[in-house]
Design a protein around this ligand. Structure first.
Ligand code: SAH
Length: 221
């Protein structure tokens, strides 16, 4: 299985994750003016002041989520749709258009629309939702995995509540325009276990909901 960054990622050992990166054409998710940089291992602008994440960060988050084929997954921050495509590929079970188990929420309609085209052109059919991801998406909860690709200032309580027993969440938390801590949170018997995966830099998760302290939770590290 080969992809542009295959040799530079010794830490990505999960074969399902490596196979997904070989399958998903990143150039489809990168705007026309950055095509010649689509295969560089770096974040790129996608318009609306947002970015497509660095491939290694997508890989680290996906591997940490320890996904299984039948998992129901919620992604917050569809953006370009690239992370969404990787989630579809990792959990595909030989169906024609993988994605029936993937829910991805975005607040900006224009980005969601562009992502929808790129995902469909690549053969994936996840559920793309519009709205404020800080509220999660109750209709399809609980989720075996929640992957958050924009950084809130605190852990949104709704996301923790929509995580299934035994499930895990990967989420960058911290102040905007600074580096944030990437957390791996797992839920066992209702309790939180938290492990830091290091420092990252994500665009902010913008949500008026999180001005309300009652909608935030502490990380129990
Ligand atoms: N996973 C994406 C990363 C996109 S950047 C990719 O691989 O391309 C983060 C995205 O989160 C942006 O598109 C931004 O608009 C979105 N976002 C920010 N706040 C949000 C919120 N409250 N709810 C849903 N999406 C949000």
């Amino acid at each position: 299985m080969s992809f542009p960054w295959a040799d530079q990622w010794p830490e990505i050992t999960d074969e399902a994750v490596r196979t997904a990166f070989a399958e998903v054409p990143r150039e489809r998710f990168v705007p026309a003016q950055f095509q010649d940089e689509a295969h560089k291992d770096r974040a790129l602008p996608i318009g609306e002041n947002q970015t497509i994440s660095q491939p290694l960060v997508v890989a680290v988050m996906t591997q940490a989520s320890a996904l299984r084929p039948d998992d129901r997954i919620l992604e917050i921050g569809t953006g370009s749709g690239y992370q969404t495509a990787i989630l579809c590929a990792v959990t595909a079970q030989g169906e024609q258009r993988p994605g029936a188990n993937i829910y991805s929420m975005e607040r900006l309609p224009s980005l969601s629309g562009t992502a929808r085209q790129a995902l469909h052109a690549s053969g994936y059919a996840p559920h793309l939702l519009l709205g404020d991801g800080a509220a999660g998406y109750p209709p399809a909860a609980p989720y075996n995995a929640i992957v958050v690709t924009a950084a809130p200032p605190c852990l949104p309580r709704a996301l923790w509540e929509q995580l299934a027993e035994g499930g895990c969440m990967v989420i960058p938390i911290g102040p905007r325009d600074e580096r944030q801590t990437l957390w791996l949170l797992t839920k066992a018997r209702g309790r939180m276990a938290a492990r830091s995966l290091g420092l990252v830099r994500f665009v902010p998760l913008l949500s008026p909901l999180l001005y309300d302290p009652a909608r935030c939770m502490e990380i129990e590290a």
